[in-house]
Design a protein around this ligand. Structure first.
Ligand code: ASP
Length: 289
């Protein structure tokens, strides 16, 4: 556990959902793998933005998770994905909604950081992906078993900048064209160097109606990461549903809260010799700061 400011910290989640006992080690291992890739970037002095994108790309390629390759199908049997990246230094945000046929929606969202619009959806998002030469999805991709298993990542780099990213296939059987909380700033994610960063998973409509990421950011300065995460999950009682939040404060301390049975998570930090992972907030409690 750090005694003062952490040089760098990265937290990933693999979704707030029920995970059968026999699958939990695999979900935790996927999160640890992503945390290692993102953490290595931060350890070498890389940026929080590069780290969150890289960690989410790992999870987008693992079929267990409902993002990228493992994305669930909508009501018409098609994959439509949402993703976003936010830079806490500039407050730039890039998002895509209901995007089809790309392997790494998070990287399309990352490319949006340089554009004026903050969110492109549907055909516009797909055309932008083509324009930047985004890698197409593998035709043989397999949907994950379903549930809320969006992926997300938050990080603080050695320069003190924070970033957040998320990627999802959304809710299984969702209406065609539905966009959830994941690419909506102040709902599924937010990052601001002056306060910290957060990424959420769960029932997107409930998260958006409660503006959970915004509430976390407002709560962070006075309350710290763990209390801010817990306050968001308490607020969810107003709109119902299940969710989980990973939260980082501006010093690199982190907290996790969820009301789902499980929430797969991992943390990597300069004060840990290797990423720690689990499928419940309690699994990482001894490292909360
Ligand atoms: N929040 C996502 C959505 O509603 C679902 C999830 O977390 O898995 O699109």
């Amino acid at each position: 556990m750090p005694t003062n400011k952490s040089a760098w910290t990265l937290v990933v989640h693999g979704g707030a959902r029920s995970i059968p006992r026999q699958d939990r080690a695999r979900f935790a291992a996927g999160c640890a793998q992503a945390a290692k890739v993102g953490g290595d970037i931060l350890a070498q002095g890389g940026s929080a933005i590069d780290a969150v994108e890289a960690a989410v790309r790992v999870l987008e390629d693992l079929p267990d998770f409902n993002a990228g390759t493992g994305s669930v199908r909508n009501a018409a049997g098609n994959v439509e994905m949402d993703a976003a990246v936010m830079d806490g230094h500039t407050l730039a945000i890039g998002g895509v909604g209901a995007i089809r046929e790309v392997r790494h929606p998070v990287s399309v969202a990352r490319a949006m950081l340089d554009e004026t619009p903050i969110l492109l959806v549907g055909e516009g998002a797909r055309q932008f992906a083509t324009h930047i030469g985004a890698e197409p999805a593998d035709a043989g991709s397999i949907p994950s078993p379903g549930g809320c298993d969006t992926v997300g990542c938050i990080a603080r780099d050695q320069a003190g900048h924070v970033a957040a990213a998320g990627s999802t296939g959304g809710l299984e059987g969702k209406m065609v064209g539905r966009v959830g909380d994941t690419p909506l700033p102040g709902c599924g994610l937010y990052a601001d160097d002056s306060a910290g960063a957060t990424a959420l998973s769960g029932e997107g409509e409930s998260i958006a109606r409660g503006m959970l990421a915004a509430h976390i950011l407002f709560a962070l300065p006075g309350n710290g990461a763990l209390a801010a995460a817990q306050m968001a999950i308490t607020r969810l009682e107003r709109t119902g549903g299940e969710a989980g939040a990973i939260v980082l404060d501006s010093d690199g301390g982190f907290g996790i809260a969820h009301n789902s049975a499980q929430f797969s998570v991992a943390v990597a930090a300069d004060w840990l010799d290797a990423p720690r992972a689990g499928t419940h907030a309690d699994d990482l409690r001894e490292w909360y700061t």
